[in-house]
Design a protein around this ligand. Structure first.
Ligand code: SAH
Length: 221
């Protein structure tokens, strides 16, 4: 464990504040007990700086440096619930590791997570934190995730946690037939959370709700 990794359950990081968060997610319509359990058991405070850890179990996005944010728990829960709605998943590609919190939730629910982050400092920190908490089924890459991870695909599911203006073709290609992708598509101010489902001979798209993510940028940071 490295010195900046904060995994102790103290003060506002206690089980009581986590239970309050889960109650709030339930009120907002999250129904999957396995996802609510994963949220209650995952130490969100370990994925943000110690100075903000008293706010870790608020249902809000928080800064993680490099102009990026850890996603709001409701959005993490909603996206994960939609990804898992058809049953268990073997391999999932996440584009936009960020803090590693969404990665942790996925890793506790699926067999294998492949996660890609374009900012080196975030990629390194997320890897250290996830290793410290004890996840062993995550493979990391520092790269432009808009290109996917062709060597590891096709994927049962893809989750994109930064927003492109249009869905990158490479990601659609790397989705397995029968698979699903969740991606926030649109302009900077607001985006549609789109679910893409790949069938034998067509691609189906539906909009789940309006969301606000940081932009998906090209190249490495
Ligand atoms: N799920 C993360 C969200 C972090 S914000 C969390 O809850 O912490 C989105 C992340 O996507 C940022 O870390 C940003 O650097 C990253 N990102 C943006 N464009 C990217 C790209 N093309 N490839 C990989 N990561 C990207």
């Amino acid at each position: 464990m490295t010195s900046d990794v904060n995994i102790r359950g103290i003060g506002m990081t206690s089980q009581r504040t986590r239970t309050r968060l889960v109650d709030r997610l339930r009120e907002q319509g999250i129904q999957s007990e396995q996802i609510l359990t994963a949220i209650s058991e995952t130490p969100r405070h370990a994925f943000i700086d110690e100075a903000l850890s008293h706010r870790a179990y608020e249902d809000t996005a928080l800064p993680i440096g490099f102009n990026q944010t850890i996603s709001r728990p409701y959005v993490v829960a909603r996206m994960t619930e939609a990804l898992l709605a058809d049953g268990p998943l073997e391999n999932v590609l996440e584009v936009g590791t960020g803090s590693g919190y969404q990665t942790a939730i996925l890793a506790s629910l699926v067999d294998k997570v492949y996660t890609v982050e374009r900012i080196s400092g975030l990629a390194t920190r997320a890897r250290e934190r996830l290793n410290a908490v004890g996840y062993r089924n995550i493979t990391f890459k520092h790269a432009d995730g808009g290109m996917g991870w062709p060597e590891r695909g096709p994927f049962d599911a893809i989750i994109v946690t930064a927003s492109p203006r249009v869905i990158p073709e490479a990601l659609i290609e790397q989705l397995a037939v029968g698979g699903r992708m969740l991606v926030p598509v649109g302009e900077a101010r607001s985006q549609d959370l789109v679910m893409v489902r790949k069938h034998e001979d067509d691609i189906e798209q539906s909009v789940l709700e309006e969301v606000k993510f940081v932009p998906l940028l090209g190249g490495k940071g």
